[in-house]
Design a binder for this molecule. Structure first.
Ligand SMILES: Nc1ncnc2c1ncn2[C@@H]1O[C@H](COP(=O)(O)OP(=O)(O)OP(=O)(O)O)[C@@H](O)[C@H]1O
Ligand SMILES: [Mg+2]
Length: 261
């Protein structure tokens, strides 16, 4: 092959690599939008409640002339508005975030930001949430990607508990391995061992399409694995049929956290 041919092939390979990179980003974004879709009904519901509060207190304020009553009505309207703003801000920053920058993040704060996104959805599906924050390790990460992984794990957990159940979220430092861990444990159906070996495969899903043709894409866990491994972390699963499933994310801790611990 002539030098020129090799050179043009090398350019082509670079172009294709850039294209693959671009598709990967689009895939991550599409998967994120699908998890936003899974949370949409609870958000609509929550907004409806907020609107009811706003409308009722506005009527009350208009009906009553006394200063005290009106002030109470305004206070209620204000706090309902602030609650709505908190929900939209959290959701928008989750949906829009696409930065590739890594930064040190307090794992507990990150898990709390995810709880804010999913708590209504869990409540609506009769899932009781319990959090356990034994320590607050700092991990270098891309916060938006880790949020996406946690939302995926929590949506999976909720889908495994169709009649409700219990979800435990824990953050801790494993003293032996010195790794920071986030544990997502559900009391759902569990995963049969013949399925367990496939759950991290791309497009592997056991979820059938619903009446809207909306089934699983089977991308949630494969992306989770990819993201966690890009963070030099590990993802582990333990499952017992009829008892439930636990996913553990393990991350290297930054030096400051090791010193503090
Ligand atoms: N917590 C869980 N309990 C029981 N089964 C689970 C749990 N998490 C994952 N699974 C199984 O692993 C499969 C793959 O999960 P994954 O998140 O990759 O895709 P999905 O949930 O089917 O689709 P999508 O994430 O696009 O909605 C699921 O279809 C399900 O069979
Ligand atoms: Mg999923």
């Amino acid at each position: 092959m002539s030098n020129q041919t090799i050179e043009s092939l090398e350019i082509r390979v670079k172009e294709l690599e850039a294209q693959v990179d671009d598709y990967q980003k689009q895939l991550i974004h599409a998967q994120k939008m699908s998890s936003v879709g899974a949370l949409a009904s609870s958000i609509t519901h929550e907004f409806n409640n907020i609107l009811t509060t706003v409308i009722n207190y506005a009527k009350l304020g208009l009906r009553h002339k006394e200063e005290e009553r009106r002030e109470k009505a305004f206070t209620k309207i204000l706090s309902a508005g602030q609650r709505a703003a908190k929900i939209t801000t959290g959701m928008l920053s989750y949906a829009r975030g696409s930065e590739s920058r890594q930064e040190p993040v307090d794992l507990v704060l990150l898990v709390k930001s995810v709880v804010a996104l999913v708590e209504k959805d869990l409540q609506m599906n009769r899932v009781n949430l319990h959090t356990h924050f034994d320590s607050s390790p700092e991990v270098v990460m891309n916060p938006n990607q880790i949020q996406q992984v946690l939302v995926n794990l929590i949506v999976n957990a909720r889908q495994a508990m169709p009649t409700g159940g219990r979800l435990d979220l824990a953050v801790r430092v494993n003293q032996e391995s010195n790794l920071a861990e986030v544990i997502v444990r559900d009391s759902g159906a569990g995963i049969p061992s013949e399925q367990l070996k496939h759950i991290f495969d791309q497009f592997y899903t056991t979820k059938e399409a619903d009446e809207n043709g909306q089934g699983g894409t089977g991308l949630g866990l494969s992306l989770a694995k990819e993201v966690i491994e890009a963070h030099k972390g590990r993802i582990r699963v333990e499952s017992a049929i009829g008892k439930g499933t636990a996913f553990t994310l393990k991350f290297p801790i930054t030096n400051t956290a090791i010193e503090a611990a």
